[in-house]
Design a protein around this ligand. Structure first.
Ligand code: ZN
Length: 777
C-alpha cells in the first residue's frame, strides 16, 4: 500500500464531517519546482480520501498580502526596488494582462499544477481579508496578545515586550506592510509607526497613525497568519516542507496558537514532507535561477512528471537531476509501472509478496493519471530507443516500432510515440550524455578501483579472444565485479567510458563482439594507460605494513573481502587531556558548516554506503547499529551534541566526520600481540564501552582481536572497555577501516590526518605507520 492510501485510511478513522486539505505559497516571484511537492502531496491525500468515501475539499492559498521581500534577478532592480516591503497584491504585474505581481507569478504556477491534474480551489489571502473573513480572528488574537507573547516565551524562549503586537498594518502613507510596528491596541484601533529601519531591505517613511485592524488594512505576522487561515478556511489537513516542521518552527507554534487562543485543533500535517530539489539544489522563488516549476514541467510529458512526484514517498527526499541517464531511466520506470497497471486490468496481478509491489506500481500509475488512462494494454515505444534512433537520424520510427511490435501501432500508440519523439528531442538537445560530454570535454578519469577492475578484465578477455562468446564475456565482467568488490554501476561506466566515451551503451558482450576483440582490448588499454602501469608503479604515502607480530588480516577474511585496506599506526608517549579549546573550536567550526546535513545526505555518502554494504553482508542491520562515521554525522543532523571523550578520541572523531572513514584508537599497552582482523569464534564475547554485560559475537561479525579477545565489534561499530583510550593512556594503536569504495588512498588520507591531529593536540612520536591490504602477499 502506498503512503497516501495509508494516511487516508488513518484519517478516515477520525470521522470528521469534512476533511479540508490545503497548501499555501507566497508568490514572491517565479515559483520553484520544489513547491510542486506540496501540491502533489495534498492532491494525493485529497484523491485517496475521496476514493474511500470521505467528504473532502482541497484548496490552495496564495499569501498575496505578504510583502515583496527579495529582488528576483530577472527583474530590473531600478524599476522594482520601490516596491520592496509592499504587499504583493498591490504591486503591478511585470506583464500586461494580470491584476497584480502576485497574480502574475501565481497564475504561471497554477497553470503548471493544472497540467499535472491538480485542481485545488484557489484562495487569495487578500480576498479573505478584503471581504472581512479574517476580521474576527485578527481581533481575537490582538485581544489575547499577552497569551501570544507567553507562547513565544514558552516555545521559542523569545521575550516580547508588552507593547509588541502580532499585526502589521499597511502604512497609509507609503503603502508598505513590512515596515509598520504596532505599539498599542485599544480594542478598536491599532496604533503604529512606519519604522525607517525595521527591516534591512525596505525603508519605512516614519509615518505614525492609527487604523482599524480589519479587512485589507493589514495582516497578522506569519506565525499567526498561518493558523488564522486554518481556522477561517476550516483546514483539517495541511502538510509542509520540513523547514516549518521543526520544534519551535511555524507549525509547532501554530499548534499552540490553535489550542490556546483560537480554540481549534491544528490540521494534521502528515508529519511534513521532504524536499524536491533539482540537481541537489533547493532554491527560493525570489532567486528564480533555473528550476522554476514551469521550466521543469517543459522537459517531461505531464503524466511522466506527475509520476515522478507521485512515486516518491512523502518522507523521501526527491532529487531530480535531468542530466545524463535520468530521463530515459524515468521513462523505463514509468513503462514498468504501466505494465503492472495493465496486469491489474487483466486481473493478472499475483497475490504473493512480489505481487504486492506490483500492485503498488499499478496504484502509482492510477494516481499519476493526467490524461485518461488506457482501458487495455498498449505497446509503449521505449523512450531510450526513440532517443537512440533520433541520434542515428532514423526518420521512420513508426516502421521501426511496428517491426518490434510485430503489428501496426494503434492510434493511441502513435500518439504516445509522437509525444516521446518531442520529449526525446528536448532530452537530446539539453540533457543527454553526449550533450554533457560535448559541453565538458573532460577526459574520463577512472578511479583506482575502476582501473583495477579494467586491468583484471583485460587479462580475462585476452583468454576469451578466440571464443567470441557474448555470454562468457558477460560472465567475465560479473566475475570481475565480484572479485574487485566494485559497485556494478562504476564498473559498467568504466567499460563504456573506455569503449565508447559514454556513460552507457548496449550490452557489453554485443559491444565487444561488434567492435572486434582486438579493437576493444586496445581501447580498454589506451584509455587507461597510466592507470594500467600504476598498479605496479603507484606511489602511496605509506608503505605496506608487513609486521604480522603487530597486525594482520586473517586469510579467510582476505579472501572474502579482497577490498579491505587497514591503516595502522602506533603513536607513543602521548599526553591526553580532557579537553582543549583549540580542538573544541575546530570541532564547532566543522559542526557549524554542516547545517545542511540531513539523513538523506548522509545516506548518499559512498563511504556510508560501503560500510552499510559490509554490515548487510555481516548480517547486521545498519538501522540498529550505525557504522561509526554515520553515527557521528547523524548526531549533527539531528542537532544533538557530540560526545566529548578526551583530546585523543575527539580529535580523530573529527577526521572520521570529515572523511566519513572510520578510525579507532586503542591502548597499546593493554594488548597481548599479535592483533588481527578475523571472524569471531563460536561463543566469543566482548565487553563494550559503557556496557555492564558482555555482547556475544555472531559468526559473520568481522572484528579486530588480540590474543585476549575482541577489541571492537562489527568492523567499527563499538570498542571494548579493556583497550579503551583514556586520559592515562600513553601509547596507542590506530586502525583505519577501509572496505569496498573506501580505497587505499582514502584510508591513507585518513591515517595521515588522524596522526596529524592527534599529535597536534596530544603530542607523541610515531612508532610505525603503514597499510595492510587484504590482497597483500
Ligand atoms: Zn510608511
Amino acid at each position: 500500500m502506498i503512503w497516501a492510501d495509508r494516511e487516508a485510511k488513518k484519517l478516515k478513522e477520525r470521522n470528521l464531517p469534512l476533511e479540508w486539505a490545503d497548501d499555501m505559497k507566497t508568490p514572491s516571484g517565479r515559483i520553484h519546482v520544489g513547491s510542486l511537492r506540496g501540491v502533489i502531496v495534498h492532491d494525493l491525500i485529497y484523491k485517496a480520501l475521496k476514493e474511500i468515501g470521505v467528504n473532502t475539499k482541497f484548496s490552495y492559498v496564495f499569501n498575496d498580502m505578504d510583502p515583496m521581500d527579495g529582488m528576483p534577478t530577472y527583474l530590473n532592480k531600478d524599476k522594482w526596488q520601490k516596491y520592496m516591503g509592499v504587499p504583493l497584491y498591490k504591486i503591478p504585474s511585470p506583464e500586461l494582462g494580470f491584476k497584480s505581481y502576485a497574480q502574475y507569478f501565481a497564475q504561471e504556477f497554477i497553470k503548471v499544477f493544472n497540467s499535472l491534474n491538480c485542481y485545488p480551489q484557489i484562495i487569495w489571502s487578500s480576498e479573505l481579508h478584503r471581504t472581512g473573513k479574517m476580521n474576527e480572528v485578527i481581533k481575537l488574537i490582538l485581544d489575547k496578545a499577552d497569551i501570544v507573547r507567553n507562547i513565544y516565551k514558552k516555545v521559542v524562549k523569545k521575550e516580547r515586550s508588552s507593547n509588541w503586537f502580532p499585526y502589521n498594518p499597511i502604512c497609509e502613507k507609503c503603502g508598505k506592510i513590512s515596515t509598520t510596528n504596532v505599539y498599542r491596541w485599544d480594542g478598536k484601533y491599532v496604533y503604529y509607526r512606519c519604522e525607517p529601519r525595521m527591516v534591512e531591505w525596505a525603508t519605512g517613511c516614519g509615518h505614525q497613525g492609527k487604523i482599524e485592524p480589519i479587512n485589507e488594512n493589514g495582516k497578522l505576522v506569519w506565525k499567526l497568519d498561518w493558523p488564522a487561515h486554518w481556522k477561517v478556511i476550516g483546514i483539517t489537513i495541511e502538510s509542509s516542507g520540513k523547514d516549518h516542521m521543526s520544534a519551535g518552527g511555524s507549525y509547532d507554534m501554530g499548534v499552540h496558537f490553535c489550542r490556546e487562543i483560537l480554540g481549534t485543533e491544528p490540521p494534521d500535517a502528515l508529519g511534513g514532507y521532504e524536499w524536491f530539489t533539482i540537481g541537489g539544489k533547493k532554491m527560493s522563488s525570489s532567486k528564480g535561477i533555473g528550476s522554476s516549476a514551469k521550466e521543469v514541467s517543459q522537459i517531461l510529458p505531464p503524466d511522466v512528471f506527475r509520476f515522478l512526484l507521485v512515486r516518491t514517498p512523502i518522507k523521501t527526499h526527491l532529487d531530480f537531476d535531468p542530466n545524463g541517464d535520468t530521463i530515459p531511466n524515468l521513462f523505463d520506470d514509468y513503462d514498468r509501472c504501466m505494465n503492472a497497471y495493465f496486469l491489474k486490468k487483466e486481473n493478472k496481478l499475483s497475490k504473493d509478496k512480489a505481487g504486492e509491489v506490483t500492485s503498488d506500481y499499478a496504484r502509482i500509475i492510477e494516481l499519476s493519471e493526467v490524461n485518461p488512462l488506457p482501458k487495455k494494454r498498449l505497446y509503449l515505444p521505449r523512450f531510450r530507443t526513440v532517443a537512440n534512433l533520433l541520434k542515428t537520424k532514423n526518420n521512420n520510427l513508426k516502421a521501426f516500432f511496428e517491426t518490434q511490435k510485430k503489428d501496426q501501432l494503434t492510434v493511441e500508440e502513435k500518439e504516445i510515440l509522437k509525444e516521446r519523439i518531442i520529449f526525446a528531442k528536448i532530452y537530446l538537445e539539453k540533457y543527454s550524455q553526449e550533450k554533457i560530454d560535448s559541453v565538458k570535454t573532460e577526459k574520463f578519469a577512472p578511479s583506482e578501483l575502476q582501473s583495477k577492475f579494467i586491468v583484471q578484465l583485460i587479462n580475462q578477455l585476452d583468454t576469451l579472444k578466440n571464443k567470441k562468446d557474448k555470454e562468457q564475456i558477460q560472465q567475465a565482467i560479473f566475475d570481475n565485479i565480484r572479485k574487485t568488490d566494485i559497485n556494478p554501476k562504476e564498473a559498467f561506466t568504466a567499460i563504456y567510458q573506455s569503449l565508447t566515451r559514454k556513460a552507457f551503451g548496449p550490452k557489453i558482450g554485443d559491444l565487444i563482439v561488434n567492435l572486434g576483440f582486438e579493437k576493444a582490448l586496445s581501447l580498454l588499454r589506451t584509455n587507461n594507460p597510466d592507470k594500467i602501469t600504476s598498479e605496479t608503479k603507484k606511489q602511496y604515502i605509506y608503505p605496506d605494513f608487513k609486521d604480522k607480530k603487530i597486525f594482520s588480516i586473517d586469510n579467510v577474511v582476505a579472501q572474502k573481502y579482497p577490498s579491505i585496506n587497514i591503516g595502522i599506526a602506533v603513536i607513543k608517549n602521548i599526553n591526553i587531556k580532557k579537553t582543549d579549546s583549540g580542538l573544541t573550536d575546530e570541532i564547532n567550526k566543522f559542526v557549524s558548516e554542516q547545517s545542511h546535513l540531513s539523513n538523506e545526505i548522509i545516506s548518499s555518502y559512498p563511504e556510508v554506503i560501503a560500510y552499510r554494504k559490509l554490515y548487510k553482508e555481516m548480517g547486521v542491520d545498519w538501522h540498529s547499529r550505525r557504522p561509526s562515521p554515520e553515527a557521528l554525522l547523524r548526531r549533527i543532523s539531528q542537532k544533538k551534541d557530540l560526545y566529548q571523550i578526551n583530546t585523543c578520541v575527539d580529535a580523530y572523531n573529527l577526521i572520521v566526520m570529515k572523511n566519513r572513514v572510520s578510525v579507532g584508537a586503542f591502548n597499546y599497552d593493554k594488548f597481548q600481540f599479535p592483533t588481527l582482523m578475523r571472524f569471531p569464534n563460536v561463543g566469543e564475547e566482548i565487553l563494550l564501552l559503557g556496557d555492564k554485560e558482555p555482547t556475544k559475537f555472531e559468526p559473520l561479525e568481522l572484528a579486530y582481536f588480540d590474543q585476549l579477545g575482541g577489541y571492537n565489534i562489527d568492523f567499527n561499530y563499538r570498542d571494548a572497555q579493556r583497550t579503551a583510550v583514556t586520559e592515562n593512556t600513553k601509547d596507542i594503536l590506530l586502525n583505519i577501516d577501509g572496505v569496498f569504495d573506501i580505497t587505499r588512498e582514502k584510508v591513507e588520507q585518513s591515517l595521515k590526518e588522524s596522526i596529524e591531529i592527534i599529535t597536534k593536540y596530544c603530542g607523541g612520536t610515531i612508532g610505525l605507520a603503514g597499510i595492510v591490504s587484504a590482497t597483500q602477499k
